[in-house]
Design a protein around this ligand. Sequence first.
Ligand SMILES: [Zn+2]
Ligand SMILES: [Zn+2]
Length: 341
Amino acid sequence: MRAVIQHGIHDVRVGEWPPPSPSAGEVLIRVRSVTICASDVHVFAEGNVGGVSWDEPFVPGHEASGIVEDSNGTDLPIGTPVVLDPAASCGACDMCERGLYHLCRNLRFLDLPPVHGAMRELVAWPADRTFAIPNAVELVEAPLIEPLCIGVHALELASRPEGAAVLVAGCGAIGLFTLQLAKVRGAATVIATDLIPERLAVARDIGADVTIDVSEADPVEAVAEQTGGRGVDIAFESAGPPEALEQCLGAVRPAGEVIVIGIPSEDEYRVRASELRRRELTLRFVRRQNENYAEAIGLVRDGRVRLGPLLTHRFPMERAQEAFELAERKGEGAIRIAVLP
Ligand SMILES: [Zn+2]
Ligand SMILES: [Zn+2]
């Protein structure tokens, strides 16, 4: 079987990899599409994500779709088009008992040590973490349901999106999903920021009321202007760099909420205590998603959230190096890039 293998920083190549044999409760999936997540780009460019790294060649990729090749005694029929939830919780620890499966103490995650990722011809994965997708959802776009789930979860953490003025700082895929979902949840105004004009154009296309190019305007001032000096009720940080968090903290109203989704390269933030305290701000962090697949799939099936505009490029597996380089460069209007095994 062939796989995309990362050998080191800035070095991914196609090579031979042992085919998986599914354990009890797992299905065998023929992988059709894997999209490159910002976390994969951190590992490609920096060798780790938030301090987690591999010390051996590994297969990247956790946003994946495919076709069930072997049901292995589970109730997922052969031939079912599916999307994977890359997080498999133990179901037995104190966090799982509380329903916080995404914070499971024994979580297995597709593409983090010791579990190799999905950028290969075949993968074995628990049937209960493998979701059938409706025919209306294109298999190549289906991996985007994973980052969509993160947006669904981020919105879940916001106390009251209905009628709110919302800032989405950073128009990568998760930011663009968060923007669409804020609209679905009834936000009155959604302001989106980014540095890349093509991303801001997509943001407008999928529903942003206002876009701000942070290379041209100070986003805190621009948000104040747009909100009559009040500030937004909720800001979602979906860019990564610490400046984006500062901008979110500056852009929310007193008693506003900042919900942090992005991953900073340096793994560190500095925040001004007085700014948080005097305005009694709420700062919340998003850890991926928690059981949001059924809802996310429904939103796509019903046409309430669009995946298509976010999948900008497709590469065969042999050109994975090029795909990762483009994802790192964020060039050519790239948002999410699919690698097709
Ligand atoms: Zn991801
Ligand atoms: Zn657990």
